[in-house]
Design a protein around this ligand. Sequence first.
Ligand SMILES: Cc1ncc(COP(=O)(O)O)c(C=O)c1O
Length: 699
Amino acid sequence: MRKAIPLIPAMQCIGVANFLGAPGAGPERGPDALRSAGLIAALRRNGLQAEWRVTLAPGAGERMQALYQLLLDVADAGEAVVAAGAKPIFIGGDHSQAAGAWRGVGRALGWAPGLIWIDAHLDSHTPATSLSGNLHGMPLAALLGYGDPAMTDIPGPSLDPRRVAIIGVHSFEAAEAKFLENLGVRIFGMAEIRSRGLASIFSEALRIVGGEGNGFGISFDLDAIDPVEAPGVSTPVAGGLQAESLRQALQGCLRDRLCVGLEIVEYCPDQDPQGRTARLVLDLAESAGRPGSAELRHWEDKHGARNYAPLPVVLQAGSGCWLTDMDGRRYLDLMSAYSATSFGHSHPRLVAALSSQAGRLAVTSRAFSNDRLPVLLRRLTELTGYDRALPVNTGLEAVETALKAARKWAYRVKGVPVGEAEIIACTGNFHGRSIAIVGLSSEAQYRDGFGPFPPGLKCVPYGDAAALEAAITSNTAAFLVEPIQGEGGIIVPPAGYLTACAEICRRRRVLFIADEVQTGLGRTGRLLAIQHEGVRPDAVVLGKALGGGLLPVSAFLADDEVMQVFTPGDHGSTFGGNALAAAGALEALDLLEEEELIGHAAELGDHLLVSLQRIARNSPVVREVRGRGLLAGIELNPQTDAHSLALALLKRGVLTRETHGTVLRLAPPLVITQAELDWGLEQIADTLAAWGTPLPQAA
Ligand SMILES: Cc1ncc(COP(=O)(O)O)c(C=O)c1O
């Protein structure tokens, strides 16, 4: 049953199918196109009440007369919305409609609202100065009280020029600029925006238009955005605003008590058959309705299961090694989603590969073949040297696949009596969270309350090859091991351990399976971490980075003897091996090679470890540092809480998390530069230095 979630505050969309400002480009089709693209749903997504009130269209007849009548209608509709206690969202049509919109709003308020005018153009011509005579170049002058009576005589207060701010202008005539300058209107051109940043410009504009606590509106012409991102406009002008910075600037504005309405104009669907501009408008509208980080965290806590305890930060964008929170603060990502985002965030090639594939073919299930998966399978097997790969989604699914393969191999190939097969794992392991896999865990919390677990699972101490040898019986199917334990605390086993285990497994006819979900694909400075010991396991599990950090993609890899135990119907997953996932994984593997990330991780990894050792020598709080490549752990003294260290680093703009209470885990994206890494290390060193002694305790 659907539970009612309280909605705040009401928005009413007024479509204005207006083309009278500059006939030809088709802006009159904008409102309908945006409505059917899901504008109302985008506004409602964040809990705002939103509905489509009306779509107004010009009547027939002489153009000026028709525009006058339309502006009267727009003003009336805007007035009615404000009078009803709601906020109007005017959806154009061309920008000439603004001459009615903000007069109507002012009429309902009893005073002229301030106005932020976001536009590539000044729109401040009068018929006397306009070269083209296009009415969409005149609405701001009309709102200020100048121009043809058909546009200026709409009942309602004229704008106060000292409470108007124009943002994003880069195409205008001198006469307009002079006119506005004389009136004292503040204009923020692109040069100033580029040098100061849109966020700072926007805050200044808000101070201008909302001075003394008065309300303001936002009138936004889509041509302010660079046409590379928003091609669907009537008069594109190169060199405009970046959509992402505008999205951030507009964030939450509709929830601002002082914001009395929004106008979005000049969407011309015919100019953008792929609908990119419409998607962008929806994205901007959703952002405009977005609540602040405190409310989002509250929703997460109230409506979500409490199986995670996230640090107090709400991230909303990422690029390379940097993430940005809701308030525009930037953080260096030193955790890479537990190694999943090895290629950094929003890598343009990964985004492009996925976008184009998503637009062509995504999921068909493996009831049919698709044209991407075979290419990935070939690529993966060539890269790793195994005969076959079995693609699934998350890491745990690939581990489950490995366990199933091992059991079936034991019965069909090794001759273990049916129902007797055993799997051996290591204490401190982490292979995922399914019931079978936590059945292998030695961690009390992971198991507590989730039994009974499947039989035939046991653990031996990590790093102890003799213990493995002793635990193997004639029924042992497989030994499952992480070459470095990640979740377990970045535990690097003693040199020679993996080689010894591989030799024991070979001698005792037990499958040696390396779980490289976290350590694979270059993380430790080799394609697979196990290659540091020159070992070739019987099977390998990959995940995390295989999806390029954008999709869950994992795989189980083995030779024919093991993989051929599977026959059609034995095992599968609806999404496993889908074309979209395969396209993403292929691009990720290409990047790994082309950007030489494995060598980079090896080189920078040495630097990371040496630097951490230096930091450790200077800090009484640090007990040990461990790691290989770009996977490292800082183990603190048992009295010290690594969670507090993660919180302190968050305040300094560094993202990472603790594991097992006393270990801080570091796994930066493999694309990190030395300068970025050094900055992060400096923050760690400074934080630890500031702690000094006595040692801080957990809160
Ligand atoms: C070594 C290892 N195996 C398996 C998994 C499970 O992967 P997923 O969370 O994608 O299921 C993890 C996750 O951290 C892991 O580190």
